[in-house]
Design a protein around this ligand. Structure first.
Ligand SMILES: Nc1ncnc2c1ncn2[C@@H]1O[C@H](COP(=O)(O)OP(=O)(O)OP(=O)(O)O)[C@@H](O)[C@H]1O
Length: 323
């Protein structure tokens, strides 16, 4: 488990992390999202002591990072590995040599290094590229090598700093599938910093939204997307607001349990009310299809519609559009 407690970080006089506290549970895929410059990468780099912090603490599996000496930091980085947007591979070395490097630094014997590096490159789907140098690899392949290297010392946590931001959409999907596989099969806890909402929806279970160095929302991804806090709405855009008709509308959030039910048609029959469907979307969250629907209603029917839907266990939001 990673516990971040009242963390504060400044660069000179600029406050970058302001009183941030949350926990990342073992085995989960946890997202940290926010606009550029809100402090996501800085927070991630504090977790493996790449950046010092000013006050507060980070506890990784019971170890307080704030009090580590240089040997402690070395051990922490073995446990908490990291991948980056620009891959950070050594260009003069082959894929195999890049993956071998951390094991050489830790003094593993040559035979173990060779077999483990090959095993890891096979795990990431590059069994035919052992001898390729980075310049002969695509972006996705480079990130696969970086992931194999990050796994070389058997870490428990993998920090991913915008790991798919430099990749095209299809390659992004492949790398996300690989990260999910690593989480599932090796039990690694993943902390994923990203500004890409598709990444959050595809792989994260919980997410912290950052704004101005603070956490402005935190929770399960589907809860935050289906009933977004203001901070998340700003990030994902409020495109539907532009097409809302005048008057009173109701946004209905469909959770897993309701997404296949015909509640809306039943409501129309049960209450004898008319409405028009204005807008709807279905989203895929780690394989679960959830959705939201906006209906425009007669203002006089508002209370009975809200009660009906709430009694059925649905989340609703009333939206008034005066313009
Ligand atoms: N080494 C540094 N020295 C001084 N200021 C820095 C340093 N690294 C980051 N900053 C500043 O700290 C703030 C937060 O940066 P950070 O990289 O953590 O944000 P971010 O949310 O990850 O943004 P991005 O997605 O653009 O990387 C920014 O204003 C940035 O300019």
């Amino acid at each position: 488990m990673i516990e971040i407690k009242n963390l504060e970080k400044q660069y000179d006089s600029q406050e970058v992390i302001r009183d941030v506290s949350f926990r990342i549970e073992k085995g989960e895929i946890f997202g940290i999202v926010g606009r550029s410059g809100v402090g996501k990468s800085t927070l991630l780099r504090c977790i493996n002591a790449l950046e010092p912090f000013n006050s507060g603490d980070i506890i990784v599996d019971g170890i307080s990072i704030g009090s580590l000496d240089s040997d402690g930091v070395r051990r922490l980085r073995k446990k908490v590995s990291m991948i980056f947007q620009n891959f950070n591979l050594l260009n003069q070395k082959t894929a195999l040599e890049n993956v071998a490097l951390p094991m050489e630094i830790w003094g593993y014997d040559k035979k173990t290094i060779q077999s483990r590096a090959k095993e890891l490159l096979t795990l990431v789907g590059l069994s035919d590229k052992y001898k390729s140098k980075p310049r002969a690899l695509s972006g996705g392949e480079k990130q696969r090598v970086a992931i194999a290297r990050a796994l070389a010392l058997d870490p428990e946590f993998l920090l991913c700093d915008e790991a798919t931001s430099a990749l095209d959409p299809n390659t992004t999907k492949e790398i996300l599938a690989l990260l999910k596989k690593i989480n599932r099969e090796l039990g690694l806890t993943l902390v994923v910093v990203t500004h890409q909402m598709e990444v959050v929806k595809d792989i994260c279970q919980r997410v912290a939204v950052m704004e101005g160095g603070k956490v402005s929302a935190l929770g399960k991804v589907e809860d935050l997307f289906l009933n977004p806090a203001k901070s998340l709405k700003k990030l994902i855009g409020e495109d539907e607001m532009e097409i809302l008709p005048k008057g009173t509308s109701i946004r209905i959030f469909f959770t897993k349990d309701y997404s296949n039910q015909t509640i809306i048609t039943n409501m129309s029959r049960d209450l004898s009310v008319d409405f028009s469907i204005v807008w709807g979307k279905l989203e895929n969250f780690s394989g679960n299809v959830l959705g939201s629907l906006v209906i425009n209603i007669n203002p006089a029917d508002k209370d009975q519609i809200v009660s009906y839907l709430t009694e059925k266990g649905l989340n609703v939001e009333v939206i008034y559009n005066e313009s």
